[in-house]
Design a protein around this ligand. Sequence first.
Ligand code: ADP
Ligand code: ZN
Length: 730
Amino acid sequence: MYMGGVTLIVGVLVELSNKNIDKIFDYIVPKEFASKIKVGIRVTVPFGRMTLEGFVLDIKDSNDSDIELKSIISIVDEDIVLNSELLELGKVIRDKTLSTLISCYQTMLPKALKAKNGSQINIKYDTFYRLGNIPENIKLNDKQKSIISCFDKEELIPRNTLTSISVSSVNTLVKKDILIEEKKEHYRVFYKDEVVEKKKLTSDQSSVVSSVINNSPDTFLIHGVTGSGKTEVYMEIIDHYLSLGKSSIVLVPEISLTPQMVSRFRSRFGDKIAALHSALSDGEKYDEWRRIVRGEVSIVIGARSAIFAPLTNIGVIIIDEEHSDSYKQSDPNPRYNAKEVAILRSKYHKCSVVFGSATPSLEVMARAKKGVFKYLSLPNRVNGKSLPSVEIIDMNQEMKTSKGHFSTQLVSSIDETLKRNEQVILLLNRRGYSNFITCKNCGYTFKCPNCDITLTYHKSSNTLRCHYCGYGEKVYDKCPSCGEESLNRLGVGTQKVEEELNNIFPSARVLRMDYDTTSRKGMHEEMINSFKNHEYDILLGTQMVAKGLDFSLVTLVGVINADTSLNIPDFRSSENTFSLLSQVAGRSGRSDKSGKVIVQTFNPDHYAISFVKKHDYLSFYEKEMSIRRQLKYPPYFYLCNIRISGKDSSYVFGEAIKIKNSLERNLKNYIILGPTASTLFRINNIFRYNIVLKYKNSKELYIILEKIIEHYKSNSKIKLDVDFNPSQMI
Ligand code: ADP
Ligand code: ZN
């Protein structure tokens, strides 16, 4: 189409459904759109018989009268959704992760703005109910009664919670005015802000703050023990940049992005903050994102993907709990690491990156030791108290005399703590009631028919469930293999420990916090608040209770089973165990009262456990580094995991061998392992093999991998996933 004179042409990046192909196609901009077209907005374009959404990547003039291009259909965004920094960043991430460019751009945007998902998000309302009058002689059925009994604990309950019991009963109760409806605008998550006064920094804290400010831009590691006041340091640094008119990003692991954390920031910075986390609905995330784009906020706090917050003029990027593996995206593509992205963005903004942790990852610590990052330390707790004393209990000995999950020392310590009217946190490294079921007679275990993974028993629904694909089945009374009727429930879950706890301490108020009890929106926050208000004596939970929580009355932390995370087949299992135990230990004795920690383990002599006793991170670091050096693991070597998967196991294996051979032919000075069946060999009937590479220099690897990926693009029987520096290899 020739429009007379100069024609505007745009290059549009579209997503071809699931083909993993990046394509940029040229389209003509019709005159009526010419004034609105910008690089970084979305447009809709005709594509074959479809209409697709895509990103405008470039705009050019053409005098060529022969071009036979189609025209764009409409303009989706008035304002750009990807600025020039992010457009370029996407290309770098594509190159580093060998993903598609479109997948990188999609990852940067909140769901509501991803191309193809252009539906308008409206303000939503949530429906809640409170209890009205229950007429005296009314007859209620069981479901109605159980709905009403929910109000024993809470005044206001979301509709979803009640309708999960029975929709029709809820409706009936509403008609009878027994339930009274209340609508709440679903605009932004509402945090109950406690007013926290600004602290006068200790001299340790002040000197860390000035080191960062005076030596910027650079990359820093703040190695600060639990309770050393790192958060206060972050806020002071942020405040400094705020006064210079600069913005900040704070990343925290999803699990510690608690309302407690957010409200500490809110109480200091008010609504200059946008908080991005998974508990927000798509609409809420979109809302927060728009506030960022409009420049209404200067501080973004969020989990991994908040690293892409479209802030301009960034002064500092802070990554708290830097050791957390949640900063690495494992699936799907792009498999990026937010810590690397932080460094990329810091180069653009000429700003600093601050990593903080009580137990830095070996990778970051090794760089700090080499001087690549600046090392700063907060070796003491702000309250001047020493770190809690840690007692290691050898459960091999305990099991000779008792059967339960509580050693005599743990029981007596809990007892003493409760008598002093103080609080206890208990960590259990599991989910569900009992891990799995086996036959006492023939040893049969129930496995997922799709995934080859042992099914987990869930007491509340009396089902066996697969935690990978969601498959579920009713619990059997008999062994399907030999007919035996006595089946063993092995392993231990929070529910079971809770029952045991209730038996030992019948009057203690126990709050259980795990994935099951916090799945309902807002529940996590409510639990934390009620524990803080001392409505409970004991908080029992999974990893969730380990991180970031700050309760002044907690003086005892008990670890029921320290070993679970040690037994995971992963080269980081010692590091993860040491860090988990140190973190949870750090919840004890955080204010004026001294704290105590009891760690129950079957491996009392393992260094990952024994160094926790002495709070000796540096010795742990040295020991673990020597093992990594021996075994050629990070940080001495880089790792790359290539996963080859498909439905036909022997075909997949055959191709995996070919890939390995081709890698061996082309790469020198690389250690190439595999192909081996992955730990999770069969997921949803897809078979998975891994090839693992260890290397010091990745240049040749990228070249050959690009060729291999290209080669398999059109092969629908094989899926290739490449993960550089994976956080886990399953
Ligand atoms: P970390 O993140 O290093 O574990 P926090 O930042 O959570 O430590 O601080 C631990 C506790 O100490 C918090 O309750 C915090 O409010 C308090 N705190 C931090 N700095 C100071 C200070 N300078 N003076 C008094 N209390 C402080
Ligand atoms: Zn499954």
